[in-house]
Design a protein around this ligand. Structure first.
Ligand code: GLN
Length: 289
């Protein structure tokens, strides 16, 4: 442990921010590497008498900060940690950094399946770091989850993330493209969820460098219009879902209506586009027949 006075720390922090970057990113680094929570950081403003306990010394944190400023590598990849809902997940540049808007998926699903005793089989297609499937499996120990990803490294990371939180076996990870690893589960899935790559080509080209240069293209680019993978997922869903089974897909800010049409063309019913916290039609949901 490294004990540092609040006053000394405040000066250090000012110096770091004067070099560039933003407060949110610096706080994230302090939390990931230094073990300092946001609450502690906020309390500092009213209590300058206090001493702070860091897991590593400030020079080390500064060296990571400088690297972030010089290279634009996201803090999460530098620290190898991403916070998502109540989880602290291992990430590397083989998986997308899980986004805050995606957190809402867990609440939407909890709102549909209110009876916690019900035995549910769910799938998370393109699980990446495992965020969605792990949150669902931990909150619902009665459910059985299957998470797939085309990248073997993502499967390794997601499996490790689940093992950090659980010694249960109610979530299994399979390497393969979308539904491909689920050949033995045809007609057995109560609900499927996916946050697939949906960024259109033109948008992808102009993404901020922190995203474009470091996050996996495989997890972001959805072809010319961004809908290539969503198309594949929706078209194959009827083979795997139970009668009345649910499909929920995250989409780009302006794709809601197009994805809704796709659901309807594939004989889904009760199709709706749900908004995220910014009021964007971010999730399309429907039932197979
Ligand atoms: N929401 C992510 C972004 O804006 C994209 C995630 C995705 O393509 N599934 O970078």
């Amino acid at each position: 442990m490294f004990l540092i006075s609040a006053e000394k720390f405040s000066l250090w922090k000012k110096k770091q921010l004067s070099k560039g970057g933003d407060n949110h990113s610096l706080n994230l680094l302090l939390e990931s590497l230094g073990g300092l929570s946001n609450i502690e950081l906020n309390l500092l403003k009213i209590n300058l008498e206090k001493n702070l306990n860091f897991k590593v010394n400030l020079d080390l944190i500064e060296s990571f900060w400088d690297k972030h400023l010089n290279t634009s590598i996201p803090i999460q990849y530098l620290s190898g940690i991403s916070f998502w809902r109540n989880l602290k997940l291992e990430v590397s540049n083989r998986v997308l950094i899980p986004r805050p808007e995606t957190e809402l998926i867990i609440d939407i699903i909890s709102g549909i399946f209110k009876n916690k005793e019900e035995k549910i089989t769910f799938v998370d297609l393109g699980t990446g770091s495992g965020a969605i499937s792990i949150a669902l499996a931990l909150e619902n120990p009665n459910w059985n989850g299957i998470a797939t990803d085309i990248d073997k490294n993502a499967i390794k990371i997601a499996s490790r993330n689940f093992a950090t939180y659980s010694n249960q076996s109610n979530l299994k990870f399979y390497n393969g493209n979308w539904w491909d690893p689920l050949k033995n589960f045809k007609g057995e899935i109560d609900f499927a969820v996916s946050n697939p790559p949906y960024i259109p080509q033109d948008t992808y080209e102009v993404l901020p460098i922190e995203v474009k240069n470091f996050e996996p293209k495989l997890a972001l680019l959805g072809g010319q219009e961004g809908l290539d993978h969503i198309n594949q997922i929706v078209q194959n869903a009827p083979l795997y879902l139970k009668n009345k089974g649910w499909l929920l897909i995250e989409n780009h800010f302006d794709q809601g209506e197009k994805v809704k049409k796709l659901f309807l063309e594939n004989r889904f019913t009760s199709v709706k586009v749900l908004k995220d916290f910014s009021g964007i039609g971010r999730f399309t949901i429907g039932r197979y027949k």
